[in-house]
Design a protein. Sequence first.
Length: 42
Amino acid sequence: MNKIWDAIVIGGGQAGLATGYHLQKSGLKFLILESGERAAGS
């Protein structure tokens, strides 16, 4: 099964999570990729 995303956000820091928030409010399907163990690192 293939998934189609409207957007892929590279980085789950503060800016990436804020971008995800606005994408969600717009009703878009998105994926946030983070290489670290946790999101929202500074």
